[in-house]
Design a protein around this ligand. Structure first.
Ligand SMILES: Cc1ncc(COP(=O)(O)O)c(C=O)c1O
Length: 410
């Protein structure tokens, strides 16, 4: 889709108009939902021909392989990321496993950023080695030095930037430059930034992974994932493996996700502004050791973020200073919050928080902070309410810790 004078269309315009074909559906604004497994053929020639079609763009053949809703979502994802094509699958995690299974075989070596999402780590540590793939973690801040970890059989590098718990920003052009020189396939989990704030294909990445469950859907009510391929060959390979493994994106979920994507720009801007406000406030608190938000000048990778990203989303972390009262302090803080739910995932309209301790899992480099690591998803609430909620929860936690000290002194 183009503007009348050939200049690029604004993002809001593209999100509102791209891929929709109302007059192919009696004028209805959104594509109707096409539920179904069986697709009928009028003639034997058509049925036999269906075995030979390119299932990325030819006529529909079977519900598992594609339907008008999944194709529409694939088209929008590919367009936003600037790829040749996309494959949508049933979850963000399926979008992580698909490119691994589509590109790795027994005897290969694969590199994973140590900052990757926990279940991605599990794939690297437990599932791929069982299939004869050797895996290794690398320091997310390694940059061009990644070549030191290359072996003659290195075939794949997984990036995630920023890491969705620890928020290191990777030097994507440096890593991808090194990988391309050695014919190594690169894939990045770009869920945090969405294509609105970072477009990895422009930096040479081969495959872009999105958990559409998060910002694209925006309501915490579905699971869905997408992989976007930079070129036809990667796209065909992904589609072939998605079909072979029986991956599927339900048409209801695709339609729900498309509805979310039409308003993605305005929602993300609100998430961004509120998260920055809350992060800056947390930086001023005595209880907080450091805030992990790439758009803050205090973040060690702020310069890379400024160079490669056009915005920041609503997810960031902070490390609390070790507090007297330990777990009781943390429990009182988390349970004292009114507007932050305790739970996994992010990208919805509501604020969330989770705590973790990575000292048992991180290896490159090891995680050494003693204080708890908190991850905040800042939702669409009024940020002033979120800040006063956090302030009162810090008070609750301090009272709980004091009560424990008084009891133990009694
Ligand atoms: C960075 C990242 N990638 C992938 C996923 C997986 O998404 P899903 O929950 O849709 O499987 C998540 C989920 O939290 C995530 O945080």
């Amino acid at each position: 889709m183009q503007s009348l004078d050939g200049s690029p269309l604004g993002l809001g315009t593209r999100l509102a108009h791209e891929t929709r074909t109302p007059f192919a559906h009696h004028g209805f604004v959104n594509t109707p939902i096409h539920r179904g497994s069986t697709v009928l053929f009028k003639t034997l020639d058509e049925l036999e021909g269906a075995m030979r079609v390119d299932t990325r763009r030819g006529p529909y053949t079977y519900g598992l392989i594609g339907n008008p809703n999944s194709r529409e979502l694939e088209k929008l994802c590919a367009s936003l990321d600037g790829g040749a094509g996309a494959v949508v699958v049933e979850s963000g995690l399926a979008a992580v496993s698909l490119p691994l299974l589509a590109n790795l075989a027994a005897g290969d070596h694969a590199l994973f950023t140590d900052s990757c999402y926990g279940p991605t780590r599990h794939l690297a540590q437990s599932i791929l080695p069982r299939m004869g793939v050797t895996t290794e973690f690398y320091n997310p801040r390694i940059g061009a030095e990644i070549t030191r970890q290359f072996r003659s059989n290195t075939k794949f590098i997984l990036l995630e930037s920023p890491g969705s718990l620890t928020f290191e920003v990777q030097d994507v052009p440096a890593i991808v430059g090194a990988a391309r020189a050695c014919n190594i396939v690169t894939a990045i989990d770009n869920t945090w930034a969405t294509p609105l704030f970072m477009r990895p294909i422009e930096h040479g990445v081969d495959l872009v992974i999105h958990a559409l469950t998060k910002y694209q859907s925006g309501n915490s009510d579905i699971l869905l994932g997408a992989v976007i391929a930079r070129d036809e060959a990667h796209w065909a390979n992904l589609k072939h493996h998605a079909e072979a493994h029986g991956h599927y994106a339900h048409p209801d979920d695709c339609a729900t996700c498309l509805r979310g994507m039409r308003s993605l720009e305005v929602r993300l801007k609100r998430h961004e502004a509120s998260a920055l406000q809350v992060a800056q406030w947390l930086e001023s608190r005595a209880e907080v050791g450091r805030v992990l938000h790439p758009a803050l000048a205090s973040h060690p990778d702020h310069a890379i973020w400024r160079r490669d990203f056009t915005g920041s989303s609503g997810l960031f972390g902070c490390v609390l200073k070790p507090q007297p009262g330990g777990r009781a302090y943390l429990k009182a803080f988390l349970e004292g919050l009114r507007f932050f739910g305790m739970g996994f995932s992010w990208g919805g309209f509501e604020s969330l928080v989770v705590s973790s301790d990575l000292r048992q899992s991180r290896v490159a480099p090891p995680w050494t902070d003693e204080g708890p690591l908190l991850r905040f998803q800042i939702g669409l609430e009024d940020p002033r309410d979120l800040i006063s909620d956090l302030a009162q929860a810090f008070d609750c936690a301090a009272s709980a810790a004091k009560a424990i000290r008084t009891d133990s002194n009694a």
